[in-house]
Design a protein around this ligand. Structure first.
Ligand code: HEM
Length: 399
């Protein structure tokens, strides 16, 4: 390839997934990139390719040999190597096998009654039902309590743990606050594991991880901490964003609210809400070999950021991609990823989404939100930070 052609291909698109304007409203930019440049170079964060179409994103997520997770899945890269998401097969399978049973459909289903009680109680505690922040008063706390209980952490630690997680999923990560949050979180996890090691094992994830072995050898404390970190990071903001994003859609689509009263529709609806909201909007990998992606030459060592959120709105894959179609089937979306790292918590996430939305609609069947109040957060993980409910219907759609 000529030097000019290479320069041309590496022309800077300027795409920055952390730019607040992109975080708030990425869809037009993603559409443009899908149409004109599905593999676009950006000079930000040391340089990376942004990949935006369904087929190319799918190619990356399933091909762990050519696109490794071992160099971090965030951009900028996370300082800590998490387990199992920052190791590739075959090593990956051994760690994944430890947590798979906890998140299997039948293990998750038994939690429904108390998750429903928790959702109801959280709604009961809202003092001013006419106007409240749907995120901080409902969509955030429900998954937070769920994960603290499943993990086996004392609920009185919730506020502190949630603050560290928020900083790590929505902060800039490479700043002082991010570094402090990860070290405090790790310190906390070491202490909880040490306590659990001294007491009797319980049915929670803390015990599962503390007792676990790989090839007959007990996991080191360090490995145990790196496993618990990813469950906390993976399970909190994502589920909150799916709940709040779904309630934003339902505010504008009363017919869909009514349709959700039918149990059957949930078989397809929860997957569709995850596709539409795409709480993990983008992720990163590093190329292990020279290759071609689309028509673009990728060099070994190049970093790629791929848009799961963009792939999920690709009209060449999904008819009416910008609309929620409750009975969409088939629906091979990438909201939970694909390939070996496909989300281990997907069944728990869908259960929480369904229960949280059903209970919200039961308590506030005629709710409306002030769309103009919406504030978005994140980058790789993207979702609502704030959304105020309002008395009157205010239909303004700009996101
Ligand atoms: C709507 C909510 C959720 C969404 C959209 C979501 C999305 C994702 C995605 C896209 C991946 C793939 C990462 C990659 O390819 O690098 C992933 C992995 C993962 N998720 Fe989720 N997730 C959600 C909820 C949860 C929950 C509730 C948990 C656990 C409590 C969880 C735990 C994990 C873990 C541990 C991984 C790493 C799996 C591996 O590397 O094998 N997630 N998730």
């Amino acid at each position: 390839m000529s030097a000019e052609r290479e320069d041309d291909i590496r022309a800077n698109s300027g795409y920055d997934h952390r730019d607040p304007q992109i975080v708030a409203a990425p869809f037009k930019t993603w559409e443009k990139l899908r149409d004109c440049c599905p593999v676009a170079w950006s000079d930000h964060y040391g340089g990376f390719w942004f990949v935006s179409t369904f087929d190319l994103v799918h190619e990356i997520v399933v091909d762990w040999r050519e696109f490794t997770s071992t160099e971090s899945t965030g951009l900028p890269r996370q300082a800590t190597q998490h387990l199992p998401n920052h190791v590739d097969p075959p090593e990956h399978r051994r760690y994944r096998a430890i947590i798979n049973p906890t998140f299997a459909p039948q293990s998750v289903a038994v939690h429904e009654p108390w998750i429903r009680d928790l959702a109801r109680q959280t709604l009961e505690e809202i003092d001013d039902p006419d106007t409240f922040d749907l995120c901080s008063q409902y969509a955030d706390p429900v998954p937070q309590v769920v994960i603290m209980r499943l993990a086996g952490f004392p609920l009185e630690d919730l506020e502190t743990v949630a603050e560290w997680i928020d900083c790590l999923t929505h902060g800039t990560r490479d700043d002082e606050r991010g570094a402090k949050s990860i070290s405090l979180l790790e310190e906390y996890l070491y202490a909880r594991l040490d306590d659990r090691g001294k007491s009797q094992a319980g049915p929670d994830l803390l015990s599962v991880v503390e007792q676990s072995t790989v090839d007959g050898v007990r996991l080191s404390r360090d490995e145990q901490v790196r496993m618990l970190t990813v469950v906390l990071l993976g399970g909190l903001a994502t589920t909150s964003s799916a709940i709040s994003g779904t309630l934003l859609w339902l505010h504008e689509h009363p017919d869909d609210r009514a349709a959700l009263a039918n149990d059957e529709i949930w078989k397809t609806a929860s997957e569709e809400f995850v596709r539409y909201t795409s709480p993990v909007a983008q992720l990163s990998r590093v190329a292990t070999v020279d290759s071609t992606l689309g028509e673009c030459p990728i060099k070994k060592g190049d970093r790629l950021l791929f848009g799961l959120g963009s792939a999920n709105r690709d009209p060449s894959k999904f008819e009416f991609a910008d609309q929620v179609i409750l009975d969409r089937f088939p629906n091979q979306h990438l909201g939970f990823g694909a390939g070996p790292h496909r989300c281990v918590g997907s069944h728990l996430a869908k259960l929480q989404l369904r229960v949280a939305v059903e209970e919200f609609l039961r308590r506030f069947p005629d709710y409306s939100v002030d769309v103009g109040s919406a504030r978005w957060r994140g980058a790789e993980d993207r979702g609502l930070a704030y959304l105020r409910t309002s008395r009157g219907p205010e239909f303004r759609r700009d996101c």
